[in-house]
Design a protein around this ligand. Sequence first.
Ligand SMILES: Nc1ncnc2c1ncn2[C@@H]1O[C@H](COP(=O)(O)OP(=O)(O)O)[C@@H](O)[C@H]1O
Ligand SMILES: N[C@@H](CCC(=O)OP(=O)(O)O)C(=O)O
Length: 261
Amino acid sequence: MNAKTKKRIVLKIGSNTLTKETNHISRGKIEDIANQVASLKDEYEFIIVSSGAIAAAKQFVQLEGNGKEINVKQALASIGQLHLMRIYQENFRELGLYVSQCLLSYSDFKSESTRENIVNTINILCENDYIPIINENDTVATDEIQFGDNDKLAAMSAVLLKADLLVIATNTNGIYTRNSIEQNQPKTITSVNSVEQLLNEVADGKSSHGTGGMLSKVEAVKIANSANIETWILNGLEDDFIVRAVNGSSIFTKIEKTVTY
Ligand SMILES: Nc1ncnc2c1ncn2[C@@H]1O[C@H](COP(=O)(O)OP(=O)(O)O)[C@@H](O)[C@H]1O
Ligand SMILES: N[C@@H](CCC(=O)OP(=O)(O)O)C(=O)O
């Protein structure tokens, strides 16, 4: 299958998935992602949107401040991004896969010329079998680290890059009904009638390293859905989470492109 007939997946991986809910980046999880990309690469083309820079830095340094101020987070992201990419590069290279880094800001999606540059660069990378790994350019960002997270960036990238599918890997088996969370017996919403229905199910919580919680994932769904892109929200903590979802052997939330707002 050549690049043009492959399905393009934008895969967003949250900090909790990458750390396996610990205080350090899990090499095992990145190895698991590499294995899956390798086994699916004949049919699917991957563009990864990876969080984890701040989490990666925290395992090496403690900067002054309580770690919550925006500038401290930006400095941590700057330190951690290198470590994160090194771990990706080492693990992917083992399987003959090559990665590249793209740091994007929300403002880059606004101007026609920067949009065009993003598309052209990433298409050339993909055509040459490089797997682009996108993260927000946290040094210049403010809103993202403070109020949102990479879910929206992944959705905007999926739209700009004309992806066939947006996959958001998090630490739950997709979106649970709010009722089931309250009763401590989480039940995944597998059949989605409308994006609005999902908004009503969002609970307050978010995980230890998480930034946006489920609300930002539903907002990402809205962006992808408005461009006719299907979204899957699934549990990245499980081994083989993409392969199992593709094979239909795991439970997750699928938002078909025909679902309306
Ligand atoms: N309806 C819901 N179903 C599942 N998780 C939910 C729901 N509402 C809120 N959450 C919270 O969203 C969290 C996932 O988002 P987040 O912490 O930002 O993770 P990530 O780092 O993967 O982006 C879950 O761990 C959970 O606490
Ligand atoms: N861009 C930053 C923060 C993004 C973030 O934490 O997002 P997420 O884990 O997806 O909720 C990083 O790489 O650490």
